[in-house]
Unconditional design. Structure first.
Length: 137
């Protein structure tokens, strides 16, 4: 659906089983990262993501609740965006192993445009003890 509604997927990470974050007394999550080429501005990508989530049955009730799908924009090129709808780079990426580990697969040397550190450096500095288990070879 991402290829259809947003743009060409050019790279994907492995699939990971990860412990829940935020609200920890729930089932593990599946996580994967991807790189996508798009002609859309970030706000339009966010809108398209929300349409995809809705088509797949996502219902938003409570923060960090179990959900069928959750798609986030982590980086958008080198852009820095902060408004009421969107914050890019994602504000919590530096605190979440379940984001950083899949990113290592596809963009370990990408430089965070605010912190001026690579994804690899951010992972090395991350204090999150959440379990991230590789599921694919």
């Amino acid at each position: 659906m991402i290829s259809h509604f947003i743009g060409k997927v050019t790279d994907t990470s492995a699939l990971y089983l990860t412990s829940a974050w935020g609200l920890e007394n729930q089932a593990d999550f599946l996580n994967k990262a991807l790189i996508c080429q798009t002609r859309f501005e970030a706000e339009k990508v966010l809108h398209q993501i929300q349409l995809i989530e809705q088509k797949l049955g996502r219902v938003r009730l409570n923060k960090w609740e179990p959900r069928i799908i959750d798609i986030d924009i982590i980086f958008y090129g080198e852009e820095i965006i902060e408004n009421e709808n969107l914050k890019i780079p994602h504000s919590e990426l530096t605190n979440r192993n379940f984001v950083l580990v899949p990113l290592l697969d596809i963009c370990a040397n990408k430089i965070h445009p605010v912190l001026q550190k690579t994804v690899r450096q951010l992972k090395e500095e991350c204090k999150d003890a959440g379990v991230v288990k590789h599921l694919e070879s």
